[in-house]
Design a protein around this ligand. Structure first.
Ligand code: KE4
Length: 428
């Protein structure tokens, strides 16, 4: 595929934007080559600046679950923009989308809108610390909750899971309050609680992990976290930035039947515009300013354009819940097709899938946590990524990402993708 214009644009971008991108994963560092600059998109297709049409399997990392430039969302944004773009004052529109979200998501009374998943998760942790009066939190190696300091922590030295910063600029002072456990490993969580009896404000977890590739929770894992939290007075935070409004109208809580205390959202909730949110029962949310003492704010929080896009998106998903099963069926077809091609080829692989989240790992070992996800053959992944790109398929440019299907994908697109997949894998 030709990429002259993308590479020229990339050169120009690097002169005025760090790394030429506004979010690192877009720079193709994990797969090599020149990042693709997109001109426009419609439905399941991206059109890059060199005129290539690509079938999109990242859907803007989740938000455009109904496909790009979805008519009702576009119409809502255009209409709303004519009334003004931002006021810094409350609007009835915010109450409308908040009421719909509260109706769709189990176990919440109130929701606060922010502008990104990072802000949602950062605020949820501050709220949990404010409510419990405790400072420590538990997160899981390989789970990503955005780039706020408390989350940019890697497993530190020593067995006892002390966190250490995984980015310059994050202080030891911050890192000491984030303890690292292993995803799908309740024993690692028990150890932390033993060392920190009644000191943990919150456990934050991706109920279906999507930042190590897709890793579904093992039977009993989330239930185990729930009981630890109940026993310890710790709040369970489900980071549903990816899974919210994607796995079901009520997200992972509905799909998996486990209750969280605070739930964070992003991506789909904004229909492609910048929206994040966090939500809980009123006895937790009443701690939040201006009602309570836990401070959190934002100039553009509840922005009318973003709310209009989000409301159009949620309205569609709420009206047609069959979208979720349709998306799941398409992902299952992709999964089964990939599996049979890989079995015929006889190479080591794991395919993890939950609903419309799926990922391929070139390893014989079951991928259940960050360590096993890291065993994947990254050279194979690079070859796979570029092979598929050459066939007109745009996959996440990292082995540690989940694919995000959107419901604009037709079965023809899925079969076209499987043909491209067969050609790529047979070229190994
Ligand atoms: P944002 O701040 O990027 O809106 O959301 C952060 C976030 C929080 N929680 C989960 C589970 C997430 O997956 C994310 C962001 N996801 C990545 C993709 N894995 C966004 C892509 C990017 O960083 O450019």
């Amino acid at each position: 595929m030709r990429y002259q214009r993308s590479s020229a644009l990339y050169q120009a971008a690097q002169k005025v934007i760090p790394g030429g991108v506004n979010s690192p994963v877009r720079a193709f560092k994990a797969v090599g080559g020149t990042p693709i600059f997109v001109e426009k998109a419609k439905g399941a297709y991206l059109y890059d600046e060199d005129g290539n049409r690509l079938i999109d399997y990242i859907s803007s990392w989740g938000p455009v679950i109904l496909g790009h430039a979805f008519e009702p969302v576009i119409k809502a944004v255009i209409e709303r923009a004519k009334l003004g773009t931002s006021f810094g004052m409350p609007t009835a529109l915010e109450t409308e989308i908040a009421s719909l979200a509260v109706q769709m998501v189990p176990n919440i009374d109130k929701i606060r809108f922010v502008n990104s998943g990072t802000e949602a998760c950062m605020s949820a942790i501050r709220l949990a610390r404010g409510v419990t009066g405790r400072e420590k939190i538990i997160k899981f190696a390989g789970c990503y909750h955005g780039h706020s300091d408390s989350f940019l922590i890697q497993a530190g030295s020593g067995a006892v899971t002390f966190g250490s910063p995984n980015s310059p600029g994050v202080t030891q002072g911050t890192a000491k309050d984030t303890l690292l456990a292993k995803y799908n490993d309740l024993e690692s969580v028990a150890e932390i609680f033993k060392e920190n009896e009644n000191q943990i404000a919150a456990i934050i977890v991706e109920p279906v992990a999507g930042n190590m590739g897709c890793i579904p929770p093992k039977e009993g894992f989330l239930e185990g976290l729930r009981s630890f939290c109940d026993a310890q007075g710790t709040l369970l935070v489900f980071d549903e930035v990816m899974t919210g409004f994607r796995l079901a109208p009520g997200g992972a809580q509905e799909k998996l039947g486990v209750k969280a205390d605070i739930i964070t959202f992003g991506k789909v909730l904004g229909g492609g515009l910048p929206v994040g949110a966090f939500a809980a029962k009123n006895e937790i949310m009443q701690h939040l300013a201006p009602e309570g003492p836990v401070y959190q704010a934002g100039t553009l929080s509840g922005n009318p354009l973003a709310m209009a896009a989000g409301l159009a998106m949620l309205t569609e998903l709420n009206k047609n819940p069959s979208i979720f099963s349709s998306l799941e069926a398409k992902t299952k077809t992709l999964h089964e097709g990939m599996e049979s091609i890989l079995l015929r080829k006889g190479m080591p692989f794991q395919i993890n899938r939950f609903g419309s989240m799926i990922s391929l790992h070139f390893t014989a070992e079951e991928v259940v946590d960050f360590e096993t996800a890291a065993l994947g053959n990254n050279d194979f992944f690079k070859k796979y990524f570029h092979g598929m790109l050459d066939e007109g398929i745009y996959l996440p440019p990292s082995a540690f990402e989940s694919y995000f299907l959107n419901d604009a994908l037709s079965m023809e697109d899925i079969y076209f993708t499987l043909k491209a997949f067969e050609k790529t894998i047979n070229g190994f």
